[in-house]
Every structure is written in C-alpha cells, then in structure tokens.
Design a protein around this ligand. Structure first.
Ligand code: PEP
Ligand code: MN
Length: 337
C-alpha cells in the first residue's frame, strides 16, 4: 500500500501514521518529497488488515493499493492459459466449448429432447437448472432433486458432462454427485459463504459475473474460490445492468478481453442472459468469440414458447444446428491452440 500524506504534514503526525502501519503488520518505508511525504507500507495486503482506514486520518490524502486482490487467478502469477476439465472435456487454452441446454430442467421429456438436439450439433457439455434463482420469488424455482436425477439420466444416456447451478449451501452435496461443474449464478457472485462451501466440493466452478460487480470484484470472487480449495474456475460474462433497456443486460464485451488478459482461467460468455431475446443471441455470441471467449453457454429448449423460465431468449433446440453452423467459422479464426 502507498500512503500519501497531506502537504506539509507535521513530523509528529508522520510518526503517528508510521506507528499505525507497524501495528497493522506492515513495514513502513518513508519517502520524503518537497511537499508530500509518502509511506510505502510493505506487507501482504491479503494477510494483514487493510490500511484503507487511514483514509480517515486527517493528515492522509490517499491510500493506494499496489497488489491486486487476486493473485492465484492472475496471469502475473500464471502466465499460460489454464485449461479446465469438465467431465471428459477441456475448455480454455485453445479448447472452445459450447455448453447448451434449457434454462431449467422441467421434465425428463423436455431435457431429453433438448440434450438429444444439441448433442447432434456437437455439444458435449449440457446445462439445465435444477435449482433456479429467479428475479421474482414467486416464479418457477426448479424441480430440485428430481431435476438432478433427470440430469444424471442424460449423463448415462449421452455421456455428456453437466453444468448446473447451486443456489443454496444445503444443496451442494447432492448437486456435486451429478454435476461435473457447478455454476454460481450472477445473483450469488459475491455470496462468499456459498463460494466457500462450493469450493470445498472439489468441482470446477463456472462463476458468472454479478450483474453489478466490477471485473475486479468478479476476479476477487474467483480468487476466493481458489483460496478455499476450488481446483479451477471458468469465468462467465453474462451481461451487466446498465441504463439500456433494449437488451435484458448489457453484454460487457470489453470485460471478456480484460478478464482474459488479467486471468489465466478460461473466460466464456452467456449471450442468452445478456440478450434476453432469441434474435440477439447469435450476434452477441459472435461478439464474444471475437473478443477472445473460450466458450459459450447458451440456452436451448425444445418448446421455448412454453418454457417455465426465460422463454424469450431460448433457441429452439431443433434449430440449434443453425446457431452452431454460424459460429463455427469464427471459432476457427479466433480460437487457436
Ligand atoms: C442461468 O444460467 O439460468 C441464470 C440464472 O443465469 P444468471 O445467473 O446469469 O442470471
Ligand atoms: Mn435462464
């Protein structure tokens, strides 16, 4: 941390601030300028108490962090791209994956049809929520354990890998029995207790960016998963809340590029939740691939009009091949091993 004192701060105040930094576990190095004195407080900001509180000191002008709040997730720490294994399939480091399936598991027939349709197009990792976080508490919240059993049946029949969301700590063990990768949804990106408990399940985690989290906060959440024992993280940009209403969320294409530069983990995009409307899913998917995404997670449903959740944005699963054919040339250009 760098502590910048106000111009002409008296010696006794400098001494006072130096003592506080020592008390908080840092080694202070004083640099005296013509007007400003600066203290470089040496120490690990993740292990020691933050010096941010010094911003409230009458003789401190500013406190600036030097370290990023994420280390294990950073490219500085691990320059090469990391590939993550979901079931038998790799994602990242040149391995592009399209994860597809309905928003929610609604029935065996619905899930089987969706899986069969997307499987035919080459998809090997399916999605489907057994537990659904919803904007309204009165909306469909998923089939729960019955949904997990249906996902298991898909694995048994199609040998696909499964990504499914966790919304509460009490479901983690059951979900981990079926899921090859556990999804933390946008609404839970900063639910640190949930992150901590999911990290202990030893499964890779697909971490959606919260609708109002900064990239820094999102990567810090990834770091928290790693620190708590999670083997690997897949970062997912799914659109953020802005003033714009033409799309459900604003897909932050820039965030894909930033996350790829800042972190060694795979970064994927969810054009479905960003778009909110089926006819915008393809262009947003293309934008994400062009920005460097390592994969996509896309909603597909056999009968979107009658879907229990997110009806407007789901691609009809028997038309999913058109989506796959449209993105294929771009994947070849943008994603190389
Ligand atoms: C989902 O993937 O179905 C979902 C609820 O996504 P998000 O958390 O991005 O809203
Ligand atoms: Mn959805």
């Amino acid at each position: 941390m760098i502590i910048v004192l106000k111009p002409h701060a008296p010696e006794n105040k400098l001494k006072e601030i130096v003592e506080i930094t020592i008390k908080l576990g840092y080694e202070p190095k004083i640099i005296k300028g013509v007007e400003h004195t600066v203290i470089a407080a040496v120490g690990d900001e993740r292990k020691n108490q933050s010096l941010e509180s010094l911003k409230n000191h009458p003789y401190v002008q500013n406190v600036l962090p030097i370290q990023k709040p994420y280390k294990l997730a950073s490219r500085e720490y691990h320059p090469k791209c990391t590939k993550v294994k979901i079931g038998n399939y790799f994602i990242g480091a040149g391995h592009f994956q399209v994860i597809a399936g309905p928003c929610a598991v609604e029935s065996y027939e619905q899930m089987r049809q969706a899986t069969s349709d997307v499987f035919k197009t080459g998809v090997r990792i399916i999605r489907g929520g057994a537990y659904k976080p919803r904007s309204s508490p009165y909306a469909f919240q998923g089939l729960g354990e019955e949904g997990l059993n249906i996902l298991q049946a898909m694995k048994d029949e199609f040998k696909v890998a499964v990504v499914t969301e966790v919304v509460g700590v009490t479901h983690i063990d059951k979900i981990a029995e079926v899921a090859d990768c556990i999804q933390i949804g946008a609404r839970n990106c900063q639910n640190y207790h949930l992150l901590e408990m999911v990290a202990k399940s030893d499964k890779p985690v697909l971490l959606k960016r919260g609708m109002s989290t900064t990239i820094n906060e999102w990567l810090s959440a990834a770091e928290y998963l790693l620190v708590n024992g999670c083997p690997s993280v897949i970062l997912c940009e799914r659109g953020i809340r802005t003033f714009e209403t033409a799309t459900r969320n604003t897909m932050d294409v820039g965030a894909i590029a930033v996350a790829k530069q800042e972190s060694h983990f795979p970064v994927i995009a969810d054009p479905s939740h960003a778009a909110g409307r089926v006819n915008l899913v393809l262009p947003l998917a293309k934008a994400a691939i062009a920005a460097g995404a390592d994969g996509l997670i896309v909603e597909a449903h056999p009968d979107p009009v009658n879907a229990c959740s997110d009806a407007a944005q789901q691609i009809k699963s028997d038309e999913f091949h058109k989506f796959m054919e449209s993105i294929e040339p771009l994947i070849k250009i943008c994603c190389s091993k």
